[in-house]
Write a protein that binds this ligand. Structure first.
Ligand SMILES: [Ca+2]
Ligand SMILES: [Ca+2]
Length: 396
């Protein structure tokens, strides 16, 4: 039988206190927009978001790393509003364009969301004609399969989804009352992009880029693989809205290319743009792309790979329409007072040396030992080290 002595009770209480004052992550969503000939950055919300999707009218769908889906408005002159839509965990999101108006209101747009436990959800929202802001949201699960990635989309609503087995599916919602779903092959695919004129480009895992032409019409027999080019594997693709050109493609390990058909030529070619490494690409606006470099900086460049400007120097992991998600600062174990990724005698010594001292008296040596930030080194700080004793790496 467990006897709770005053000492163990004290430890439990201190553990609870420690849990309550755990450091919070930084992270957050940053919004970028061009104002007075300069880029302006505003922090939208401090939550940690894993993936984001946005549309150019100021709506951002963001999946929190701890599960849950937030809808955030970024309309100018309006406060940022966050609607919690779901508590599921998501691995990929896509903005799925505008959809057919509903008799109940004006349908303004839609998003697709892939759940971590499998299944593709389709969210659409309506503006309430009788009032400001978002009128309502509806969600339906359109496929029970597991998806790992989405392609960029164009304005009218089609989107591409890559399943965990590498197969590629095309969904179309624009102009139809029912979702149309077509599987494209042969794959497996790493990344894909849609463009104008029914073109789809998809990067195969075994090398090469497949080009499809989708006929959005009464017959779906014309959804065929037209040609295959190159032998490079691209992990991120971004289609511009410049219909005369193909997508911008980023290779893992460095290298940015554009798929293009040189004037007078019959075959598509890969045009080398620059040797930077990008982890994510997004069609920022007409003719421009946004890219996250491997060092986490966010830049805007044109279809020739020429950098317009580095607009964000924070560490970013995802980018959508004018919005980027920051990588949160790593969390150290509370007991790792010197932040060397191990809780050991060094951390204990920091506590013991500063024992009983206050930050006010010893502003140089004491602050790092003051785990709970109450200005004095005492049992709570010691307890943080003892609880975490022997732990390594970042806090989990
Ligand atoms: Ca340490
Ligand atoms: Ca303290």
């Amino acid at each position: 039988m467990l006897h709770r002595t005053p000492a163990t009770l004290g430890l439990i209480i201190l553990t609870v206190i420690a849990a309550l004052v755990l450091p919070t992550f930084a992270g957050g969503l940053d919004q970028f927009y061009y104002d007075d000939n300069d880029w302006v950055t505003e922090q939208l919300t401090p939550n940690d978001y894993a993936v984001i999707a946005g549309e150019d009218d100021g709506l951002v769908l963001a999946a929190r790393a701890d599960g849950g889906l937030d809808l955030i408005t970024t309309y100018t002159h309006l406060p940022v509003l966050v609607y919690e839509l779901s508590s599921a965990e998501y691995v990929a999101l896509a903005q799925a364009g505008w959809v057919q108006p509903d008799p109940l209101g004006i349908c303004a747009g839609a998003f697709a969301a892939a759940r971590a436990d499998g299944g593709l959800e389709y969210w659409k929202f309506y503006f309430d004609p009788t009032g400001p802001g978002i009128g309502s949201w509806t969600m339906e699960v359109i496929s029970p399969d597991t998806y790992v990635a989405f392609a960029n989309v164009n304005f009218w609503g089609p989107f591409l989804a890559i399943r965990d087995d590498g197969s590629l599916e095309y969904f179309d919602i624009g102009g139809f009352s029912e979702m149309i779903r077509v599987t494209l092959g042969p794959g497996p695919y790493l990344a894909a992009a849609t463009g104008g004129g029914g073109e789809i480009f998809a990067s195969r895992a075994d090398g090469g880029v497949d080009r499809f032409v989708i006929n959005v019409g009464p017959t779906w027999n014309e959804n065929e693989l037209v040609e295959t080019i190159g032998s490079d594997m691209f992990t991120s693709m971004s289609m511009t809205y410049l219909y005369s050109r193909g997508p911008i493609c980023a290779k893992e390990g460095g290298g940015l290319y554009r798929i293009d058909r040189p004037e007078g030529g019959d075959n598509l070619e890969l045009i080398f743009l620059n040797s930077h490494e990008y982890t994510a690409l997004y069609p920022q606006e007409w003719g421009d792309h946004a890219g996250i470099r491997a060092d986490g900086t966010l830049e805007v460049f044109d279809e020739y790979g020429e950098t317009f400007e580095v607009v964000g120097t924070g560490k970013y992991k995802a980018v959508a329409e004018g919005v980027a998600a920051q990588v949160p600062d790593p969390e150290y174990w509370p007991g790792d007072r010197n932040k060397d990724l191990v809780v050991d005698i060094t951390d204990l010594n920091m506590i013991l040396i500063a024992w009983g001292k206050t930050v006010q008296e010893y502003p140089i040596v004491v602050p790092d030992a003051d785990y709970d930030g109450n200005g004095v080194i005492n049992m709570i700080d010691l307890n943080a080290v003892l609880i975490d004793w022997g732990k390594t790496g970042y806090a989990q």
